[in-house]
Write a new protein. Structure first.
Ligand code: ZN
Length: 347
């Protein structure tokens, strides 16, 4: 560790209690993506209290705080703020009991099941330490609090809302995510660290009929079942053993009773990859298999895929010092788009 870093971190004990209390408070009050008003307010208030120039409401609830401290590099550190629609069953004294009403009027539980409360608390602690020892470093420090990481649209919302004109251009961007390491450890490495995540919702069309008359039907249950089985070959038969990737079918729904052949089946799946070429290959393979199985099953119309915005969260890659990295290309909307990410897996 460099001497400036040691000097800044020497103040850790002075902020530790506040950071831990803030973490518990955020954990007790989780907010879903693009609704992180309370969390964003806490972040903005804490940044202002220690002298940052704060801009709020970027892309909805995004916040940046800029601390200018003479000539030197611009370093940005980012924390995501959103929680997940998950019921907390940890039994912790500061467990969440929060709920929200979704678009259908149903009540949904909310929980910081992905650790973004830790990220917010840690970045606020870091921002305070950086402000407290300005004598130990030179440059500009930017603390960025990002909405809606889970749905994959918060970063894009901030960029679309002019983030690049509201923040100095960073030379380095640092992000963090809690992982199941032993307490007190920090993990880092060059290259890919966390995967890109894509979620897809595929509707397979059939033709409904009475259960006793399969000759009058095109059974979407069988078509969906074949798709699920064949999808298992994408990673196992199309990728090298050294190329990591995951294709998981997390949900499959069709029909409502034992004696009716339904007219559609819906499959929801999640894809994890570590580089753009593998990602393209896997998503193309899924599309190919879905279409081919639907055709093989005499599906009366092409399958439909849907999701939320066309952006895809790229994999998290740590550049080698001094190495430049080509940004992930933005992909246009196709039949495969990411939808709401589900817990738990990575981020
Ligand atoms: Zn996360």
């Amino acid at each position: 560790m460099t001497r400036p870093a040691r000097t800044v971190l020497a103040g850790f004990d002075t902020v530790r209690t506040d950071v831990e209390n803030l973490y518990r408070d955020l954990h007790r009050h989780p907010e879903l993506g693009l609704r992180e008003h309370r969390t964003a307010g806490k972040a903005a208030g804490a940044l202002r209290d220690c002298g940052y120039e704060v801009t709020e409401g970027i892309g909805g609830t995004g916040v940046i705080g800029v601390l200018t401290n003479g000539d030197g590099p611009v370093v940005m550190a980012r924390a995501d703020m959103d929680a997940l629609p998950v019921r907390e069953r940890t039994g912790l004294p500061y467990a969440s009991t929060a709920t929200v009403t979704d678009g259908d009027g149903a009540e949904q539980p909310v929980m910081h099941a992905c650790g973004h409360d830790v990220h917010v608390a840690c970045l606020i602690g870091c921002a305070r330490l950086m402000a407290g020892r300005r004598d130990a470093w030179r440059g500009t420090f930017v603390a960025l609090f990002q909405p809606s990481e889970e749905q994959g649209n918060g970063a894009e919302a901030m960029i679309d809302d002019g983030l690049t004109t509201k923040s100095p251009r960073p030379d380095v961007v640092l992000a963090q995510h809690v992982l199941p390491y032993p307490a007190g450890y920090v993990g880092t490495r060059t290259g890919s660290f966390l995967s890109a995540a894509d979620s897809l919702r595929v509707t397979v069309h059939g033709r409904g009929a009475h259960g006793s008359m399969p000759q009058a039907a095109v059974d979407p249950v069988v078509a969906a079942a074949m798709i699920v089985v064949r999808l298992q070959t994408v990673v196992s038969r199309e990728l090298a053993a050294t190329t990591p990737a995951v294709v998981t079918v997390g949900s499959i729904h069709s029909g409502s009773g034992p004696n009716v052949i339904p007219d559609r089946a819906v499959i929801e799946l999640n894809v994890r990859t570590y580089d753009d070429a593998t990602r393209t290959h896997v998503l193309d393979a899924i599309e190919r298999i879905v279409r081919a199985e639907c055709e093989a099953s005499r599906s009366p119309k092409p399958p439909r895929s849907s999701g939320s915005p066309p952006s895809r969260p790229p994999s998290t890659t740590r550049s080698r010092p001094g190495a430049s990295r080509r940004p992930s290309p933005r992909t246009s909307a196709t039949t495969r788009t990411p939808s709401n990410r589900r817990p738990p897996a990575r981020t």
